[in-house]
Write a protein that binds this ligand. Structure first.
Ligand code: SF4
Length: 317
């Protein structure tokens, strides 16, 4: 049964310890709580994106540190994927800064990339922008298992962050994707200036997809100089953990990933998020173009917490 907005608001009002105790119990019923998924990612086409997402250094509308790169060669992507596999990564996200997935030769090249990454044994996730049903089907046949398509924030706050597309069109595409056999990764970004109500509505919209998304990445805004949100301060860690806990209760079976912003969180914050229900992290040098913690620091943290990874059943201890 889906939780209503009133349910989520009630949970949000709970004292912190009560909230994370309840979310941990639900987490424990559905997952192995000392085991997490390791995810990797690679930006296969970088920058020059026509969308105006206020948080994104890849938008053509802002001047940032990101330099443009055309679609990478499949063999270069394959090398990175093989390396990720050696780290114990199981889920590998290919991101491209497109508004709409291209057709023709670029799409054929993309399918070749997906086939090669799939051949390594990694689960392939694609994050490529708006996509047609035919293209989604072709990706699936090439070996893509998951399509990432974030809702970012609530419908009300959306126009303050992105004006070049609408929340509604985004939601319609998600419903189209839900009819295919692709898994869905759908999350958002916290700390962009949105209200608590906006955060809860985001969680409610994501959790209303039927079935619920297999993966939910929860990003904390990384303020990038040159973007309109470049001066925002980092989200309060307890606020972030509260939303992790509420997302876990709203979506008991989904993989809940701590995505961008984790490099700005302490080990202690991350440990609280794991306790509350987060069960995936992105490792490697970066999540697309956003930094991640150093690999050794991540392995050290997981070792201290006595955690294992699902993929390859690597025991970090
Ligand atoms: S978030 Fe994606 S769609 Fe938005 S500007 Fe960046 S690359 Fe483009």
């Amino acid at each position: 049964m889906n939780l209503s907005l009133a349910d989520l608001e009630h949970l949000y009002q709970l004292p912190f310890n009560e909230l994370i105790k309840q979310s941990h119990e639900i987490y424990r019923q559905h997952h192995a709580v000392n085991t997490i998924h390791l995810c990797g990612s690679l930006s296969i086409k970088t920058g020059n994106c026509p969308e105006d997402c206020a948080y994104c250094p890849q938008s053509v509308h802002y001047h940032t540190y990101v330099s443009k790169e055309a679609l990478l060669d499949a063999d270069d992507v394959l090398k990175v994927a093989r390396y990720a596999r050696t780290l114990g990564v199981g889920h590998f996200c290919l991101g491209a800064a497109w508004s709409i997935v291209p057709k023709g030769s670029a799409f054929q090249k993309l399918l070749d990339i997906v086939r090669k990454v799939h051949s390594t044994g990694l689960q392939v996730c694609c994050s490529l922008g708006s996509i047609s049903e035919e293209q989604a089907q072709a990706l699936l046949e090439a070996g893509c298992t998951t399509y990432n398509y974030n809702l970012d924030t609530s419908p009300e706050f959306y126009p303050k962050i992105i004006t070049t597309r609408s929340f509604e069109s985004r939601y319609q595409t998600l419903q189209m994707l839900r009819k295919t056999k692709l898994k869905i990764s759908c999350g958002g970004i916290l700390g962009m200036g949105e209200s608590i109500a906006d955060r809860l509505k985001l969680i409610q919209y994501i959790s209303q997809l039927s079935p619920q998304p297999e993966m939910v990445p929860l990003n904390a805004l990384v303020a990038i100089e040159g973007t309109p949100l470049g001066q925002k301060s980092f989200i309060d860690p307890f606020e972030y953990v509260r939303i992790v806990a509420i997302a876990r209760m709203a979506m008991p079976r989904s993989i809940l990933a701590m995505a961008a912003g984790r490099h700005q969180m302490s080990f202690e914050t991350q440990a609280l998020a794991f306790f509350s229900g987060a069960n995936a992290i992105y490792i490697g040098e970066r999540i697309l173009v956003t930094p991640t913690p150093a690999l050794n620091a991540d392995l050290d943290m997981l070792k201290k917490l006595g955690m294992k990874t699902y993929e390859n059943n690597i025991d970090i201890r």
